[in-house]
Design a protein around this ligand. Sequence first.
Ligand SMILES: C[S@@+](CC[C@H](N)C(=O)[O-])C[C@H]1O[C@@H](n2cnc3c(N)ncnc32)[C@H](O)[C@@H]1O
Length: 263
Amino acid sequence: MELEKIHCGDALKLVGHLPDESVDLIVCDGPYGVTDQDWDRIGDIQTYNLELLRTFSRVLKPGGAMYLFGKEDCIDFIDYRPYLKLNARIVWYQPSRLAQGRTNYTNNYDLICYFSKGKAKTFNLDDIRVPQLVELEHRLRCERVPSVQNGTYGKTRFNEAGKNPGDVWGDIKQLTYKSKELISRDLLNTIQKPERLIDRLVRASSNEGDLVLDPFSGVGTTWAVCRRLKRSFIGFEMNSEYIRIADERIAAIDRAAEYELFT
Ligand SMILES: C[S@@+](CC[C@H](N)C(=O)[O-])C[C@H]1O[C@@H](n2cnc3c(N)ncnc32)[C@H](O)[C@@H]1O
């Protein structure tokens, strides 16, 4: 299958053309099963996600990673363990979500389930560090912190380059209608993800030259990030208009890179 391209069609069928264990990273931002969009009406989301995990795990290299996006219950009560190892459930926290519930606590996060095929071969922590809290800096100066493991007192290592982002990410905002990178208002909330979010996943779980698969490419956010980070890319998407937008997006990135090279 041709690389550096989004192939048009059903991801679950197209993936059959990829060889076993050929992909380093899968960014899977497909149906959530919560909206009225045709492509999001998939019946039982957990059954659907189990099928995705089973099908896509075949093409993942040993040690490769897969990130599955969804709502808080997206992998509840399903047994993914024969296929992949769950390393973390990342909470992508969006406190400024406007819709407000009246009968329950408003859901204000998405889940990004971080799987790997066996032990993850790549986790580039130094490429995704986030600023240390000032509070921690203060604590390190004036107190010694007991270890949670065995209670012994020792100095926590303070890394000037920043800390592990942890598994609750509140530092990356969902796009708004004012975001410069938003392609069109129609894509708000259900389609386009912020490049910063995908950038963190790609930096953490792949290296230059690795192959990244996005089976639900939308308007090509993962492709755009991969292009900038020098990862190889292959995508699937059923909506040809979104593929056209993604192609334009990549062409603009290439033009900007060429311009930079010659100035
Ligand atoms: C949440 S969006 C992905 C958005 C993408 N991350 C971006 O930033 O542009 C999900 C996409 O999956 C596509 N899609 C849904 N079911 C599909 C299927 N079975 N095969 C291929 N594409 C599908 C939809 O058309 C939609 O564009």
